[in-house]
Structures are given as structure tokens and as C-alpha cells.
Design a protein. Structure first.
Length: 301
């Protein structure tokens, strides 16, 4: 591996870490907005903002590609944007947030399994499973954060599982399309389809969101944070990370999501952090390192 390749991989890890840090904090912004809007209205507004931002960043709209590729991008948007957020937000109305967080943290292992089956260069090994079990133990400690309550709810937990599987499908599909399209244009197309898919769902719920609550500066800031950073910028950076370090290594950073949320909730919402949460953070990092070591061994074989 050349020095340039090493630098690109290091940048990929930093981009994945930055992205998951932002995504971990979006929970706090969403929780604030839920006081004025329902989940579908928030989704629609953040996707519209993201599309407008990407429209400026990516320049002139590109003509649609061939039908097969457009259907592939539609599938990306459906799995990794609309269905993922819809399943996740709906699950939160049926089951505990702790259940949702733990099940969603299984997305990396689902991704690894699909990548093993459908890609030729990202095969699983014992290190992948070892990293998963170490990290998922840490995730459980962080999510519970000293309050060990677990109540099963079949519907809510199944929706959480579907969200994790949707993200895994998106991640594996993405590997093909980031090689065919400019990253900005690809992300803009995905977000545009997400707007088209989410609008009917929002209309079927509480209807189109009113802009009047956004006169409150904190709500406006939270929405812009979700739309500009959480959707437009982070999806672009996540795609770059996948291109540089692979689907499996990038998705391993999802294990950090509950930890970032815990820290953000402690800072913004003043929720306490216990010793169990701190131990869980160490285990999460350890699990990522074990899985990453497995990936590096594959590269040198």
C-alpha cells in the first residue's frame, strides 16, 4: 500500500467518525422538533432542505441515466433514506428507545453478511464476529446507561430490525453506484426520491408541516442541523468513506452512534452518564478495533 493509499484510508476513517458524530447528535435535534411536528413532517422538511443544499452544491441538474441505474438509485433512496427513517421513527412509538438503539446497532453485522454474500472483496472472518459481539455488548451498556430495563415488543422490535436491514441493503447497493456517479449528484438524486416518497406519507398523516413553529430559533436551528448537516453533508461524506475504506469498515462506526447520543444528551439535555456507560464506550471502541484489524489482515493476505 502506497503512502497516498494510506492517507486516503485514514481520511476515510475520519470522515466516517465525523459523520457518525453528527448522526449521533441528530437524536437530540429530532427530540426537540417532536414537540412541534410528527416524525414524518420532520423527515419531509429535512429532506427538502437537504435537496436544496445539494442542488446548489452539485450544480445543474443532471439528466436521468438509463432506467436500470435510475431504479437502482431509487432503491438506494427507498432503503437507506425513506424506509430506514420511517421504520426507526415508527418503532420508537411502539417500543423502548433502548430496544431500538440496540437493534439498530446490529446494522454493521447485517451489512457484513450481505457484503460477504454479494461482493467479491469484503469477506467476513472471525474478527468481524468478535468485533460485533464486543461492540454490541458495549452498545447495550451505553444504551441502558445503568438503568437495565428491557421490555420486548414484537412490532416495535421487528420495525427496528427492518430499519437495520434496510440500512444494510443500502450500504451494499451503494458500493456499486458510488463508482458510476459523481458523489454529490448521486446523493442529490437519492434525497430527491426521498422527498417524493415521504411527501405522500406526510400528507396521509398530519399533513404538510406548518412553518410557523420555526419562528422559534431553537427549532429552526435543529431543523437546519438535520437538513444541512445530518442529511446533505453527512450522506455525501459517508459515501466517500465507503469508497475509501469499504462498506464493512465504514459501517462499523455505527456502533459508536449510541455513545455519541449519550454524550450529546448529557451535554444538551443534562442526562447523567454512569460507569456502565463509560465501560460500554470502551467496549465499543475495542470492538471496532478488532473488526478493523480483521479487515487489515484481509488486505495483506
Amino acid at each position: 500500500m502506497t503512502k497516498l493509499d494510506t492517507q486516503k484510508k485514514a481520511a476515510g476513517h475520519l470522515l466516517a467518525l465525523f459523520t457518525i458524530t453528527i448522526w449521533g447528535t441528530t437524536f437530540v435535534a429530532t427530540k426537540t422538533l417532536l414537540g412541534a411536528y410528527d416524525a414524518l413532517q420532520i423527515m419531509l422538511m429535512r429532506f427538502v432542505i437537504a435537496w436544496v443544499v445539494l442542488l446548489f452544491l452539485a450544480g445543474k441538474p443532471q439528466r436521468p441515466g438509463n432506467l436500470r441505474n435510475e431504479l437502482g438509485i431509487f432503491a438506494l433512496s427507498l432503503s437507506g433514506v425513506t424506509l430506514y427513517y420511517y421504520f426507526e421513527n415508527t418503532a420508537l412509538t411502539y417500543t423502548l428507545a433502548s430496544n431500538v438503539s440496540i437493534i439498530l446497532a446490529a446494522a454493521p453485522i447485517f451489512t457484513a453478511i450481505l457484503a460477504h454474500l454479494f461482493t467479491g472483496d469484503e469477506k467476513m472472518g472471525l474478527g468481524t464476529w468478535a468485533g460485533f459481539f464486543i461492540a454490541i455488548t458495549g452498545v447495550a451498556l451505553v444504551v441502558f446507561n445503568g438503568a437495565y430495563v428491557l421490555k420486548l415488543n414484537p412490532l416495535g422490535d421487528m420495525l427496528s430490525l427492518l430499519a437495520a436491514l434496510s440500512w444494510a441493503v443500502y450500504s451494499v447497493l451503494l458500493k456499486k453506484y458510488i463508482r458510476l456517479y459523481d458523489n454529490m449528484i448521486l446523493t442529490r438524486k437519492m434525497v430527491f426520491y426521498a422527498v417524493l416518497l415521504t411527501a405522500p406519507l406526510a400528507l396521509g398523516g398530519k399533513g404538510l408541516p406548518s412553518l410557523l413553529p420555526l419562528r422559534e430559533p431553537s427549532l429552526l436551528f435543529c431543523l437546519l442541523f438535520l437538513g444541512v448537516l445530518g442529511s446533505a453533508v453527512c450522506y455525501v461524506l459517508w459515501n466517500v468513506a465507503i469508497k475509501r475504506i469499504g462498506v464493512v469498515n465504514t459501517n462499523n462506526y455505527i456502533y459508536l452512534n449510541p455513545f455519541v447520543t449519550m454524550v450529546a444528551a448529557a451535554v444538551v439535555l443534562h442526562e447523567p452518564v454512569t460507569g456502565a456507560g463509560a465501560i460500554g464506550a470502551v467496549l465499543i471502541v475495542g470492538g471496532i478495533l478488532v473488526a478493523e484489524y480483521q479487515g487489515r489482515r484481509r488486505e495483506h493476505v
